[in-house]
Design a protein around this ligand. Structure first.
Ligand SMILES: N[C@@H](CCC(=O)N[C@@H](CS)C(=O)NCC(=O)O)C(=O)O
Length: 209
């Protein structure tokens, strides 16, 4: 049985796993979760948190992007050097990773809040949005320092993949413009030329019939 990524083509956490699979050369299937309103874990590969992505394998199912990427790496035949979050032993790089993941979570909160009819003027949405925008400004100032702390290429780093998926998703979903951040925009331009990225564009999957 080929491992199968369960997720959505429009999801940034799912895209992280699809990019990793391509970077590591792991053959896999892709199963789309068509109804995010579903309340049964079975609709999400068994994830009781009702979230994507998951990775279904003959040995078990892995919940969450980082878990999925680690399992893909264990299955990889290609010897790619992977830089995991815990390997970031320098403050700027470690903080860039933390802030990138938090910003991805903020984005999920904002999308869910808007789908749930929470007003844009609500203090709840304002704080989540402000935290996101502050984070983008921090990343703009600190990206070069963070990247300098990574081992030299070739590499697949969780930091770069998550950051790329965050920044492009902000534009895709219209959550916050990235044009005001030239360094982040340049990073996306450079990283976006990788075949793993070109093969996994964001798009909205067809809804359940
Ligand atoms: N900690 C999880 C977060 C996953 C997550 O928030 N996924 C979003 C999609 S990008 C989701 O399932 N959203 C559906 C919803 O909230 O209804 C991970 O790292 O994979």
């Amino acid at each position: 049985m080929k491992p199968t990524i369960i997720g959505r083509s429009s999801s940034h956490f799912t895209r992280v796993t699809r990019i990793f699979a391509a970077e590591l050369g792991v053959e896999h299937g892709f199963e789309v979760v068509r109804d995010l309103a579903a309340l049964e874990p079975a609709a999400y590969g068994g994830n009781p948190a009702l979230r994507v992505p998951a990775l279904e394998t003959a040995d078990g199912t892995w919940f969450g992007a980082l878990n999925v990427c680690r399992e893909l790496n264990r299955r990889a035949a290609r010897g790619v050097r992977v830089v995991w979050p815990e390997a970031l032993a320098q403050a700027t790089a470690a903080n860039a990773q933390e802030l990138t993941l938090q910003a991805m979570a903020n984005e999920v909160t904002l999308i869910t809040a808007s789908m749930g009819g929470v007003s844009e003027a609500s203090p709840f949405r304002a704080k989540v949005h402000e935290g996101l925008v502050n984070t983008l400004a921090w990343l703009e100032r600190n990206l070069d320092g963070a990247l300098a702390a990574l081992p030299s290429e070739p590499r697949a780093s969780y930091l770069e993949v998550t950051l790329y998926c965050l920044l492009t998703h902000l534009e895709f979903r219209g959550i916050a413009p990235t044009a005001p951040y030239p360094r982040l925009t340049a990073f996306c331009g450079e990283y976006g030329t990788r075949p793993s990225v070109e093969r996994t564009p964001y798009r909205f999957d067809a809804p359940a019939p």
